[in-house]
Design a protein. Structure first.
Length: 719
């Protein structure tokens, strides 16, 4: 079941680790301090030059500090000049400090009228801070060139109509003609190009070439994002040396300001396809590339804050897996309709059924659909709409729903923030040993405020209990506690161990980022540039590259039947060094389905070799083994020994199908039943459904082993 893994592991731990990476360990201790604080300006000419200091004066002076911050921020947003990205980061960090200062102001005793007036003042300033946070988010999107709200409502309305109803020639023509009337025509033309390239399924615009796409990209070239998108297309297609050289210049010139360009440059430098202008040794190259990946990883963590925090990641987006195992059954509801609207109707019907437990679980699922949004079902993300469904499920005793309500009240998601109600629902779910809820209780005591006294010691105990209940995200908090010495004795080695466990046992970007920071600084572990680079790189890839441009989106194109767009999107993403995209592109090229992209096994083999060499990818190793095993139209000389070596290497990396092939070759080629039995056994231990091909041969060889042992015993006994 999905859970609302949102702000809990991001707001405190995330900000602390970002600060730690940039300013050192003192910033972490300061970020987690619960003492009242205020912002002290070091330079009156620059409102962002300053520091947080302990507040020893009256609440009025604290209010004055927050008001001054709000005034300075609004002056900056109202000025005609653009705000630098670095300024936005500092501004947001300062805002969070002021937010916590407001929470501290509510923890006072006194006359009811005084407290009521104080509450009104706090709420007013809190609303102002929230407005500024929204402006920061909007400004950051605008700076990246991806804020669709800069385009007019009529233009975006036509876009939405095409997305919802499918391609209609008349609507598309009207949409394209309206682009030149936009205040930013280049951005409008780029939006059209992206629609033509990536919108999947059978009712989309028929994509038979990139001619029209390139026409619109040429008109959008003034927007760096779309200029770089065209450059990716240049790299992915057969291009002239002159075009490739121009593309490299475009990437290098935009790497400091653009996420995509930075990722491409980092990958090309690290794989030594391009020459570094600054590094002469491998050690220097690692430090240079790490800098690019760190900045991209930091963007990815910031994306968590902008979008509401961690959400459950898809574990497997490989097209080969989807091809072999299409549509897995739901563990509770059985076969759920794949179509979003049908699934929505299915759950709504269950909520009206006679089975109380099934009805409550269905209500909880509807709550999740409304909370996160479900584009396939036409459901917009709306936390307030999710409330009624979670409430119904919670009232029926569903612990997940109780925990989700606790989270909503703890963070003010769709409801007014109310720590008392959050505590109530977390405790209800925690009594049923719901690890998510136990972690939520720990979060409340870790942060304190809103009537709950901060108790780091109790918080750590709750996080440890959550881990025992297999809610492994809590390792993040335990790591932060040991890093700060909050609630436990400071121990950076233990901090690293817990962050590493969180990164290995969960799909958390934040945990990976934390581990990368500690490797980078050599805190709690020996410093390692390559280990830090690996983590930052993976964190960066967890971020959606652009709206409607990601491996998840390309996967959806494939499942919708649009293999051409899926191949195109994967080929473009492969240029960033995204391993899943590289292997998915290879898979589609290997299928050789008719397309203007001219898929071939030769092109597929090149991507498999690339992913195997630079990412140690098991599926790619297995595929190279198959090339040597089968010949693949004479692309590889048939060599069973080499094939077996590649299969074994892939198997050692956890590839169940590779162990099956090791077993099959050992059995049929060499007659080595012992090696075959061992390989089939390793495949069998992989679990359902990956082990299905191995069950029968493994069972046969189990019997063979028993017969062999009996025969050997008989011979030894009688002779």
């Amino acid at each position: 079941m999905l859970k609302l893994y949102l702000l809990i592991a991001v707001t405190i731990v995330g900000k602390a680790l970002v600060a730690f990476a940039q300013e050192g360990i003192e910033a972490v201790a300061k970020a987690s301090s619960n003492s009242p604080q205020e912002w002290t300006s070091d330079d009156e000419r620059n409102p962002w030059a300053g520091h947080i200091t302990s507040e020893t004066s009256t609440s009025n002076s604290r209010f004055d500090a927050v008001r001054a911050f709000v005034d300075r921020a609004m002056q900056l947003f109202n000025a005609p000049e653009a705000i630098a990205p670095e300024t936005l980061v500092v501004m947001e960090t300062t805002l969070l400090e002021h937010f916590h200062a407001l929470l501290d102001l509510m923890q006072v005793d006194g006359d009811a009228t005084v407290v009521e007036n104080l509450a009104d003042e706090v709420l007013e300033l809190h609303a102002s801070l929230q407005d500024i946070l929204d402006l920061i988010t909007s400004e950051r999107k605008h700076e990246k060139g991806t804020d669709s709200h800069k385009l007019s409502e009529p233009f975006m309305g036509l876009h939405s109509k095409l997305l919802q109803r499918g391609y209609q020639a008349s609507t598309f023509k009207k949409w394209a003609q309206s682009a030149e009337k936009e205040s930013n025509p280049a951005a409008a033309y780029g939006e059209i190009a992206q629609y033509l390239m990536f919108e999947p399924n059978a009712i989309a615009y028929p994509l038979t070439s990139l001619n029209e796409v390139n026409m619109y990209l040429d008109k959008a070239i003034a927007v760096p994002t779309y200029n770089i998108l065209k450059t990716l297309s240049t790299f992915a297609m057969d291009s002239t040396p002159e075009e490739l050289t121009l593309g490299e210049e475009t990437i290098r010139n935009n790497a400091n300001s653009d996420f995509i360009a930075r990722m491409v440059l980092a990958d090309r430098l690290w794989t030594k396809k391009w020459t570094s202008e600054f590094s002469n040794t491998d050690e220097q190259l690692c430090e240079e590339v790490l800098g690019y990946y760190y900045k991209c990883a930091d963007d990815s963590i910031q994306d968590l804050l902008d979008t509401g925090g961690e959400q459950e990641m898809e574990v497997n987006l490989r097209l080969s897996y989807e091809w072999m195992h299409p549509g897995q059954a739901n563990e509770f509801f059985g076969e759920v309709p794949e179509d979003g609207l049908e699934a929505l109707d299915y759950y709504q019907t269950l909520t009206q059924g006679g089975d109380e437990l099934m009805s409550a679980e269905a209500a909880h699922r509807l709550g999740e659909m409304h909370f996160f949004g479900d584009t396939h079902a036409g459901v917009a993300a709306d936390a307030s709409a999710a409330l009624q469904y979670f409430q119904r499920a919670a009232d029926s005793g569903i612990p997940h729903a109780q925990a989700n309500l606790g989270l909503m009240y703890a963070n003010g998601l769709g409801v007014p923030r109310n720590a008392t109600k959050a505590l109530k629902y977390f405790e209800l779910a925690a009594k049923q040993d719901n690890g998510f809820a136990v972690n939520g209780l720990g979060f409340l005591y870790w942060t304190g405020g809103d009537g709950i006294e901060r108790n780091a010691t109790l918080a750590v105990e709750l996080f440890e209990r959550a881990v025992k209940l297999e809610f492994y995200e809590a390792h993040n908090y335990i790591g932060a506690a040991y890093l700060d010495g909050a609630g436990v004795e400071k121990n950076t080695t233990k901090a690293f161990e817990h962050f590493k466990l969180a990164s290995e046992l969960t799909r958390s970007r934040q945990a990976l980022f934390n581990v990368g920071v500690l490797y980078y600084k050599g805190t709690g572990v020996a410093r390692s540039c390559t280990h830090a680079l690996k983590r930052f790189r993976e964190v960066a890839f967890r971020k959606e590259v652009l709206p409607r441009f990601s491996v998840r989106h390309a996967f959806d194109s494939y499942t919708a039947g649009d293999t051409t767009r899926s191949l195109l999107e994967n080929l473009l993403l492969a240029q960033l060094g995204h391993v899943d995209a590289q292997v998915n592109a290879a898979f589609l090229l290997e299928q050789r389905r008719p397309s203007f992209l001219e898929p071939s096994k030769a092109a597929a083999l090149q991507w498999y070799k690339h992913a195997a060499l630079y990412a140690n990818d098991s599926e790619s190793m297995r595929k190279i083994g198959q090339c040597y095993d089968e010949g693949w139209d004479d692309l590889c000389p048939k060599n069973s020994t080499l094939a077996l070596d590649y299969y074994k290497s892939a198997g050692e990396l956890g590839d169940a199908q590779a162990w099956y092939l090791v077993g099959y070759l050992s059995w049929t080629l060499d007659g080595n039943w012992t090696a075959a039995h061992e390989a089939f056994g390793k495949c069998k231990s992989s679990g359902f459904p990956l082990n299905m091909p191995c069950l029968l041969p493994s069972s046969i060889l189990d019997v063979w082993e028993i017969i062999t042992e009996i025969t050997t015993w008989w011979k030894n006994f009688h002779f």
